[in-house]
Design a protein. Structure first.
Length: 157
């Protein structure tokens, strides 16, 4: 009986000596795989872009008196066409970069009168506003003259 107890103990010890290193290597591989998987998931965040990108160059191309189609050709379709204000188009743009905490936003409103561009409002560059304002003032001055005065001016050129 003593011999069996010694033999069982030796066999048990030998089995444990084989299993313990194998278990530790499996445990190490499992921990390493978990760390790599979790770290890969948390490092990159996508940029979220919504709305219409309207550049200052596009706004500089707008002139008073342009039709709906001409404005839409330059700026694209508006994000919001208000059914209660058919002569107003709103262009919104929002960008949240992946790791940034703040959101960049831009809002441009285009006003029409008698299906023609009348005014631009919103987040505009001052130089663009000045250039557009000069064109709008020139267009308004030309509209103040009646048909015969404008015809006479064209014939004199």
């Amino acid at each position: 009986m003593i011999f069996l107890d010694l033999f069982y103990s030796a066999a048990q010890i030998q089995t444990q000596l084989l299993i313990v290193p194998m278990m530790t290597s499996v445990l190490r591989i499992l921990i390493l795989t978990t760390i790599v998987t979790v770290s890969a998931c948390s490092t990159y965040k996508l940029d979220v872009q919504q709305g219409n990108v309207v550049t200052q160059e596009q706004l500089a191309q707008l002139n008073e008196g342009m039709t709906y189609r001409e404005v839409q050709h330059i700026l694209g379709s508006p994000l919001i066409k208000d059914p209660f204000h058919a002569d107003r188009w709103d262009y919104y743009f929002s960008l949240k970069e992946g790791n940034a905490k703040e959101r960049k936003q831009q809002h441009i409103t285009i006003y029409f009168e008698d299906e023609r561009l009348k005014d631009i409002d919103g987040d505009l560059d001052p130089a663009t506003v000045a250039a557009a304002g000069e064109r709008i003032v020139a267009a308004n001055a030309a509209d103040d003259d009646n048909f015969l005065v404008r015809l006479w001016k064209k014939l004199r050129k």
